[in-house]
Design a protein around this ligand. Structure first.
Ligand SMILES: [Zn+2]
Length: 317
């Protein structure tokens, strides 16, 4: 029994998501986007499989952190990066949503005295098996060491369900719920004076945002909100910061509308889901957010959406 378990270990490690087995080693790369506005850039070139992007804003009255990293160890790295820039206290953490890679480090900032701004809808598919199962799954992704000291800490002190402006030390951070495109608890963080937008996972560097916790109609609505803000700089939830924000928004919109129209055509032609999906490569085993997995899971979601519209259960947006 033990032998077979041990034999299984290397395979497991190889097939785990590539996220952060680096488990909090080495400093974070921090980029200044505007005076006092920083992005800690996660892994690029991996779509949404790597460490997410986070950010922080230094004001005269303290620091606001945007997203809290994927584990307490990763959050410690972010805290160290903030300390390398300022010794002002960390007052707030704003969470762009409630997926574990974006909030599992929140407890570190709470222990430093920060309060949390987030959407109060904490539901995500990944947590359907309960909190213990979610933690166990996540330990397999980031490793046990990285999770030392973990506690859930994403329940907001200041819930945002529409729009709320956080004023701190002469700065304004506008926190907007643009609908449930990526997840029910999505928030955008917008700095109007600096024209910098933290988009969370509504945008991913490769343009293939996940809709399985949200919906395609709401994602399109969220993209329209981003366009209406007309940001100069956009920080996607994962991956490199695009040179031209509008292009990434446009690429994401083209992907979503293209998927919708191909699923609609399939349904109108009487194709069952299996046939509608057959041109897509299979999802990658043990990599639920790889590009192939995202494309297939999104297609399943959108097929079901279009089927409901076709049957008259939902109205076409
Ligand atoms: Zn997410």
């Amino acid at each position: 029994m033990l032998r077979s378990l041990l034999a299984a270990v290397p395979v497991l490690i190889l097939t785990l998501p590539a996220l952060a087995r680096s488990g909090g080693h080495g400093p974070l790369t921090v980029r200044q986007l505007a005076p006092g506005v920083y992005a800690a850039v996660g892994d690029t070139g991996r779509g949404s499989e790597g460490q997410p992007n986070t950010g922080f804003v230094v004001t005269d009255s303290g620091v606001v952190v945007i997203d809290a990293q994927s584990s307490p160890a990763h959050a410690q790295r972010l805290a160290a990066a903030i300390r390398s820039v300022t010794h002002r206290s960390i007052k707030w953490v704003i969470l762009t949503h409630h997926h574990p890679d974006h909030h599992f480090g929140t407890i570190v900032f709470r222990r430093l005295g920060a309060r949390v701004m987030a959407h109060p809808d904490l539901r995500v598919l990944a947590a359907e098996g309960g909190e213990d199962a979610l933690i166990a799954d996540w330990v397999r992704v980031v490793g046990l060491d990285a999770m030392r000291g973990f506690e859930f800490a994403d329940k907001p002190d200041r819930p945002v369900t529409a729009t709320d402006t956080l004023q701190l030390g002469g700065r304004a951070l506008v926190v907007i719920h643009p609908g449930a495109g990526h997840s029910p608890g999505d928030l955008l963080v917008w700095l109007p004076r600096e024209r910098v937008l933290f988009a969370g996972d509504i945008l991913i560097e490769d343009g293939v945002s996940m809709m399985v916790d949200g919906s395609s109609a709401e994602l399109l609505r969220a993209l329209a909100v981003i366009d209406s803000l007309d940001p100069t700089t956009v920080i996607p939830g994962h991956g490199s910061i695009p040179r031209r924000p509008r292009e990434l928004v446009g690429q994401t919109r083209a992907y979503v509308t293209g998927l919708r129209s191909s699923m609609r055509t399939a349904i109108e032609g009487g194709a069952p889901m299996g046939r509608a999906l057959q041109s897509l490569p299979p999802a990658d085993e043990n990599r639920p957010v790889s590009l192939n997995s995202r494309r297939r899971r999104n297609a399943v979601r959108v097929y079901l959406e279009e089927e409901r519209i076709y049957m008259g259960l939902d109205s076409a947006p």
